[in-house]
Every structure is written in C-alpha cells, then in structure tokens.
Design a binder for this molecule. Sequence first.
Ligand SMILES: Nc1ncnc2c1ncn2[C@@H]1O[C@H](COP(=O)(O)OP(=O)(O)OP(=O)(O)O)[C@@H](O)[C@H]1O
Ligand SMILES: [Mg+2]
Length: 427
Amino acid sequence: MTTTLKEGGGYKFKKLIIEGKTKQVYELADQPDECAVVSKDRITAGDGARAHDLKGKAQISNRTTCKIFELLSAAGIKTSFVREASESIFIARKCDMVPIEWITRRIATGSFLKRHPGVPEHFRFNPPKQETCFKDDENHDPIWSQEQIISANFKLNGLVIGRDEVEIMRRTALLVFEVLEKAWASRDCTLVDMKIEFGVDAKGEILVSDVIDSDSWRLWPAGDKSQMKDKQVYRNLTTVTQADLDTVKRNFSWVADQLQFLIPPTRGRVAVFMGSPSDEEHCRKIKKECDKLNIPCDLRVSSAHKGTEETLNILAEYEGSGEPVVLIAVAGRSNGLGPVLSGNSVFPVINCPPVNSNNISQDIWSSLNVPSGLGCTTVVYPTAAAQAAAQILALNNHMVWASLRAQALNNYVTLKKADKALRQTKE
Ligand SMILES: Nc1ncnc2c1ncn2[C@@H]1O[C@H](COP(=O)(O)OP(=O)(O)OP(=O)(O)O)[C@@H](O)[C@H]1O
Ligand SMILES: [Mg+2]
C-alpha cells in the first residue's frame, strides 16, 4: 500500500512523481529542478517476483547511496546527487530517466555464464565487459545492443539519445566501475560487477542517476565468492526465513560501515621549489592544476646554488613528514635545484624550468643532462608537471587516480559537445 508523504528531511513535497519497488520520488515545493528520493524498507529480486519488508533497509540503502555519490562527485564525475536530507531521504536533480541499465563486469559470474557457455567463472575481463539492458520488468530487462538504444530515439528533457550520448554513457559507466573498484580494493574487497542508470536533467545534461547501493553490485571480500556481501545472498535463498533476512541486513550494514573509509583523508602532497621569487607566476600555474585535482601543493622559494643548506633543510622537513611527496623544481638558467633535490632524496623530482623560445636551447640541457645516479625527469609545461606529479601520487591514492580519470572523461565530453555544436550549425 502506498503512503504518500507531504514532507521529509526538512523539505516540503509537491507531489509523488513515481513510486517503484524500493523508493518513492517526490517533486519539491520550492526547487522545481530537484526531487526527493525516499528509500523504502523493501527488498526485492527477480524483477519483483520475490519481495520482503526489511526494517532498517531504507536507512542503510540511503547511507550507502549518499556515500557512493559523494565519492563520485569528489572525483569530478557528474551525478544527480545533491545532498543527504535525512536518514532515508536524499535530494537529487530531477531527471528524465534513460530506461537502460548499464552493466560493467570485471569477473564473469551469474547470468553472464549462462549466456556464454564455456566461459569459466572468475574469467577476468580486461577491459571490463559492458552490457546494456532495456528496463522492462515484464520481459526481464532484455539485453540491448548500442544500435537498439540509438534506434529507440529516446528524447529526454529535450535531449535525443544518439550515438554521442550513448558513447558518453558507456565511458562514464566504465569510469564509475573502475573508480569504485579501486575504492573497494582499498578495503580488500573485489567489485565483481555493477549496474548504474543515467538521467537527463532540466538543462539536458547526462548524469549518473538513480541510486548505487548493495543492490547495484556484486562485492566479494578478499575476492572470495563465499563471503559475498551483496543482494545475491538474498537472490540465492530457496526459502526466506527471518534469520536469512537478518543476515542480508547485517551484510548491507557492514557495507555501509565500510564506506566511511572509502574516501581517505588526503594523503600525498606536491612541493614546488622555485629558485627565485620571479618564478612565482609559473609555479602558481602548477598549484592551480593541483587544486583542480584536490592535491595539496606548497610553494617554496629556495636556491640550490645560493642557499644549498636551506634547500636541504626544507627537503628534510618533507622527508620527515611521513607523507608521500612529489617535488617539482622550477629554476631558470642553470637548474641546480632539481638535480640537487634528486641526488639527496628518493622522492620523485620533476624539473619544470621556466623556459621560453629565447633560452630553451641552452637552459633545458641543465635539467636533462644530469649526473649518473639521479632519476629526475623534466617537463616543459606547468600543467604537465602537476599532471605527472598527480600520476605518481595516484599509484597509491585512489581518489587522485579517480580525479585524473574523471578529468580525462570531462575533457572528452567537452570535445564531443563542441563537435556536435559545430555539426548542428553547419546543418
Ligand atoms: N533523480 C531522479 N529523477 C527522477 N526519477 C528518478 C531519479 N532517481 C530515480 N528515479 C526513478 O525512480 C523510480 C523508482 O525507483 P525504484 O528503483 O523503486 O523503481 P523500480 O521498481 O526498481 O523500477 P525500475 O525497474 O524502474 O528501477 C525509478 O523509475 C527510477 O528510475
Ligand atoms: Mg530501480
């Protein structure tokens, strides 16, 4: 039985837009472009063929979705999530939903094995295998090809879903999977596969939407299927007792508890050493790029030629901090700074001399032609120095890794949109 709410989480509701098996979506009285997503204490499987009330599930699902969307947003992935409103409600951008489930798999299991006889369970897909299903409960969400999606000509909030839009969603689904796979790996959990949905908001922007919770993925602690902590436990039950439901809830709750560790406190830093304060503008460009990637970046002035001892003292500060640090050396003319740092530390050193067309042919050599035993590298552009530093830090910081990947995806989307706009003006 449907209970319609008038308000929740401090928001006044205008009307119920849609109610599904596990949640209600309300229009808000004061924000026409947003909606309230209200989770229900309901668990279902087999397109609704099996369904149970599960007290407390709404809160666990809401907590899970909010944390996952916060993680994706922090990385720079565009989602419909706006904010957590209460224990079982979150506010989202109101979307016209794309009626497609985007499935991404790293490891073969479940329905994939039935559809592809001969492929052993645990077969590893590199890159991950992507599938798309048309959301149609009555026909058990049939698999659709990209051509079928394009040919359906969905028009959502004024946006026609064509080849470009499908490609944007495909790449985004892959990125969401890989970002969450890395995040879960930091808790020694294997993200086996997952599904997401997209919506188109009032501005015609494609956003990762709906929810992402324990119903969305298969999650195997320590890569061990027998320890699975997702809804498959519920799907696999032959009879459903209260004790079984308690186990399912305990698993979901364990997952929600783990999420507080998935966005780690920022670890890793860039320290830009400039030989002279006249190089500040060049260094600020490096810092600006680090800011975009949420990487703390210090600017220090120190000349290895004129104040060698001080340079080594500052280096000792960073060595003693216990934090991973990438050093960027900015020195014009003869670059003693980068090689001195590199020769006295195992921190990675990136030279980024402020070269221009007048001095490049002489000055660059002092960064490139370094004595044996030194491993410093050299880049010319300040943004490239920040990117190279971020890639080093990303090796053991999955949030930096995610930010770099999201930045690349957002660049791709910007180019696609520019290309489309040009094509349309020509037509
Ligand atoms: N931000 C949003 N804006 C508009 N609709 C949304 C938003 N997020 C989710 N929805 C829609 O809310 C509906 C209710 O969700 P629920 O998951 O309970 O449905 P369901 O019974 O599982 O059906 P479905 O198979 O469509 O998911 C879904 O149709 C979903 O697409
Ligand atoms: Mg649903």
